[in-house]
Design a protein around this ligand. Sequence first.
Ligand SMILES: Nc1nc2c(c(=O)[nH]1)N[C@H]1C(S)=C(S)[C@@H](COP(=O)(O)O)O[C@H]1N2
Ligand SMILES: [Mo]
Length: 197
Amino acid sequence: MVRDVTDLYEEFGEDRLPPGQRKTEAFPVLSKSGTPEFDPESWELTVTGAVEDELSFTWDEFRDLPGETQRQDFHCVTGWSKFDCEFTGVPFPELADRAGVREDAVHVMFYGMDDYTTDLPLEDCMTDEVLLAWGYNGDDLPPDHGGPLRVVTPQKYAYKGSKWVTGIEFLTEPERGYWEKRGYSRTADPWNEERYS
Ligand SMILES: Nc1nc2c(c(=O)[nH]1)N[C@H]1C(S)=C(S)[C@@H](COP(=O)(O)O)O[C@H]1N2
Ligand SMILES: [Mo]
């Protein structure tokens, strides 16, 4: 079963294609550095910080979590948008609920295996469309696109979705991630063209 969430733009703007974006059929790869190696034996995802119970998952444990498939759009801040991507994975709130988010948590930092980081306000993450995705169009998520596991954020520019994610940290104060330190927006709403801060 595929849940179509491509209408979520209606919450944010008039048009499915955000202003200043071009639609592409390709799926370009955008990485700040190379594609890291994945070893299913040593891979670990940790959920830490302002939570009741810090969590860690092996690859097998993570794959046993209940997942879902969603049809989503993908908007890169450099100006391309790809419609109708089918991602399979675990909704962020499912993971947050398992850890038990503390009341003083306000922000989230995601960590990728390539030393990427990106941050979002907690409330922007607590929506089912933010997926920790291992599947793409019925297959495993390709390594260049963040496999084995990435975050996707269809309501934000795609730099908010860390590829090769292995860490999620709940923060009591906002902090800036890799692109956010370099001038990109902390909130990154494509319909409001929040590209830079
Ligand atoms: N770990 C990591 N995640 C990342 C990036 C990166 O360089 N490293 N690039 C970001 C940017 S700018 C975009 S547009 C998307 C690109 O995803 P894609 O390569 O699958 O198109 O991943 C985002 N997540
Ligand atoms: Mo991007």
